[in-house]
Design a protein around this ligand. Structure first.
Ligand code: HEM
Ligand SMILES: CC(C)=CCC/C(C)=C/CC/C(C)=C/COP(=O)(O)OP(=O)(O)O
Length: 305
């Protein structure tokens, strides 16, 4: 009897989609959109849509390059082992070419259709994520997230520049908010998947400096986030709607980070404090940027005014 031959099916489009980390990038795209909507001035809706599309494609391209580079590391971690490359559902060079194509096309389109400064900052953020963070910092230092966090902080700045064509204090503050938000966002997650990082030799903070130091660092960054998140209000860039929302949301973040820092789990708690903090970090950034746009629209500033 002859053995049935296995057909090599073409890679499923869903695997290409998975390479772009769509769930994570949804928040990247949302903050980019909010930067665009909050910016003073006007942009043709088709050009505005193109700008957001370019941020999405650029972020997706960078994520694909990240997974191309880390295929072996991803194979060794439970959380990432089912991605298209570690599972062998896709050719490695296809992933690399897809990442390069998306990155190049997004920057070129941003430059030609929207603005060359926005394109330059998009190019910097792609290189920051795919090269500076992924190749250089991540395997080398427990500060990888702190410095690498800059990559994910660019989208609102890009959205803002797409409208105004220049950089000012407000979009720099939006950058700073995401920059300081990233360490508690990620370390909360790293606390409950740390064994995986140790296994593949990635020097994440909990692996290198220990759990206690990481828990304290989470608290420090969250404390810093409270005044920083409200800073757009303090400098007159927004009204009280955003300012008060930012303070309430940040104090909520701070309250949830306390049991993480003090390592306290309540009786009957089904969700560990760090898991709860990670989930809240995502809700926090969505809500903060939504309030920014709402405030600017209600006070007659921004695209929706
Ligand atoms: C260096 C910076 C960052 C690191 C290392 C990091 C790491 C992670 C990791 C490992 C996950 C788990 C989910 C997965 O495996 O796909 C995650 C989830 C997530 N991250 Fe981050 N993150 C960073 C920055 C950001 C930024 C800047 C944003 C958006 C502005 C973001 C948004 C999200 C969202 C929305 C999720 C949840 C995805 C889901 O529902 O599965 N992250 N992050
Ligand atoms: C416009 C543009 C280029 C935006 C980039 C946005 C950006 C840097 C997002 C970072 C989000 C992210 C998934 C980090 C994952 O870290 P990891 O790659 O170490 O996670 P992993 O262990 O899940 O692979």
């Amino acid at each position: 009897m002859t053995k049935p031959t296995t057909l090599q099916l073409p890679t499923d489009w869903r695997d290409f989609l998975a390479l772009t980390k769509p769930r994570v990038m949804s928040l990247v795209i949302f903050t980019g959109l909010c930067g665009l909507l909050a910016a003073p001035g006007h942009i043709n809706p088709v050009i505005g849509f193109t700008a957001i599309l370019c941020i999405a494609l650029g972020a997706g391209g960078a994520a694909a390059l990240n997974q191309w580079w880390e295929a072996d590391i991803d194979a060794g971690m439970k959380r990432t082992a089912r991605r298209p490359l570690p599972e062998g559902r896709m050719n490695r060079t296809d992933a690399r070419d897809f990442g390069i194509f998306l990155s190049g096309a997004s920057v070129a389109t941003m430059g030609l259709a929207v603005h060359w400064l926005a394109a330059a900052v998009l190019a910097v953020s792609i290189v920051y994520y795919a090269v500076v963070y992924t190749i250089w910092l991540k395997p080398r230092t427990p500060q990888n997230i702190v410095i690498g966090g800059g990559a994910g902080a660019f989208p609102p700045l890009i959205g803002w520049i797409a409208v105004t064509g220049h950089i000012s204090a407000m979009p720099v503050l939006l950058f700073a908010i995401i920059f300081f938000w990233t360490p508690p966002h990620f370390w909360a997650l790293a606390l409950f998947v740390q064994s995986d990082y140790a296994k593949v030799g990635i020097p994440m903070m909990p692996v290198v400096k220990g759990e206690v130091a990481t828990r304290h660092q989470i608290l420090i960054y969250t404390v810093l986030l409270v005044p920083l998140a409200a800073a757009p209000w303090f400098i007159g860039g927004t009204g009280a709607i955003y300012g008060v929302s930012a303070l309430v949301l940040s104090l909520g973040f701070l309250v949830l980070s306390l049991p993480v820092a003090l390592r306290r789990t309540r009786e009957g708690d089904t969700m560990k404090p760090e898991k709860r903090l990670f989930a809240f970090s995502i809700l926090y950034l969505f809500a903060l940027f939504a309030m920014l746009v709402a405030d600017r629209a209600l006070s007659g500033q921004g695209m929706l005014a």
